[in-house]
Design a protein around this ligand. Structure first.
Ligand SMILES: NC(=O)c1ccc[n+]([C@@H]2O[C@H](COP(=O)([O-])OP(=O)(O)OC[C@H]3O[C@@H](n4cnc5c(N)ncnc54)[C@H](O)[C@@H]3O)[C@@H](O)[C@H]2O)c1
Length: 276
């Protein structure tokens, strides 16, 4: 991968880790709503000698993506696009408020944000007659159900559906699209969710124990997979949702650890902390 890559949600968490990872071999256009944090990430990357530019804007608006594409063209040939900006939302279906602001936002940011990103990226690749790779960030929630998460889950399943459509319709012209579906990741949003939880330690322990690898991922572990999917190393991978979830979606729900095995071979169960 060379040229320019657009990364949305680049001011924080997973998006920031993706931007930092791919900056070593491509120019990066950072897109985010949070202007202050966006400028900080840009400065950090510029100080590291990387080619980078920023677009402050809302991904649910088409204009933000158009601006990002124009800025990308100034940096180089557009080769990749990552739709990472996304927000959570917890709403019980049996008590769904009408026209609630945050409810509509989940819809707009997660679905429209990814839709416009894919549309503008594909338009560029086709117009320029160039191959390109798109990565959408979905979630384990796109496949598995959890209490009061219907809206978020629907939005992430939509992202996976969008990914398949792009892969099938534009594959003949060398355009690839894949989703990365993370499990629990120690991003700023996750840290905030611990702060907000009535029992932060309990919530953390629950996430760790629900994951076969017994720990929460670091954002860089998600970025590594995105980097692979943008690169020619994944040249025959398209239309897939890749679960980067520590094995979570493979489990039948058991959190049991084989203690006898651990004792017999003096094995330690992972501490729960990200490796890096
Ligand atoms: N952290 C997790 O455990 C986890 C798990 C599965 C999926 N995800 C997905 O990963 C993505 C990144 O999540 P994160 O945990 O790094 O969150 P985060 O809150 O740390 O980062 C999200 C970034 O998106 C930006 N953003 C939000 N709304 C925007 C908008 N309308 N326009 C432009 N930018 C906007 C925010 O300002 C923020 O910088 C999201 O799509 C999320 O659904 C996260």
């Amino acid at each position: 991968m060379s040229g320019a890559v657009v990364v949305t949600g680049a001011a924080s968490g997973i998006g920031k880790a993706i931007a930092k990872k791919i900056a070593s071999r491509a120019a990066v256009v950072l897109v985010d709503l949070n202007e202050i944090k966006l400028a900080e990430v840009e400065e950090e990357l510029l100080n590291g000698g990387h080619q980078v530019a920023r677009v402050a804007g809302d991904v649910s608006k088409r204009a933000t993506h158009i601006e990002a594409e124009i800025v990308a063209r100034k940096l180089g040939i557009l080769s990749g696009w990552v739709n990472c900006a996304g927000i959570g939302g917890i709403f019980p279906l049996h008590n769904l408020p009408e026209n609630e602001e945050h409810l509509m936002k989940v819809w707009d940011v997660n679905q429209a944000g990814s839709l416009w990103g894919c549309a503008i990226a594909v338009e560029n690749f086709i117009r320029e007659k160039r191959k390109g790779a798109i990565v959408n960030i979905s979630s384990v929630h796109g496949r598995q159900a959890y209490l009061d998460h219907a809206l978020y889950e629907m939005s992430k399943a939509a992202v996976d559906a969008l990914t398949r459509n792009v892969a099938v319709v534009y594959g003949p012209y060398g355009i690839r699209a894949n989703s990365v579906a993370p499990g629990a990741v120690m991003s700023e949003a996750m840290i905030q969710s611990f702060t907000d939880a009535p029992d932060p330690d309990g919530r953390r322990r629950w996430l760790e124990s629900s994951t076969p690898l017994k720990r929460i991922a670091s954002p860089s572990e998600i970025a590594d997979v995105v980097d692979f999917l943008l690169s020619d190393n994944s040249s025959y991978v398209t239309g897939q949702s890749i679960y980067v979830d520590g094995g979570w979606t493979s489990s039948l729900g058991s959190r049991e650890v084989d203690k006898e095995l651990a004792q017999r071979y003096n094995l330690e169960v992972d501490s729960g902390l990200p490796n890096r």
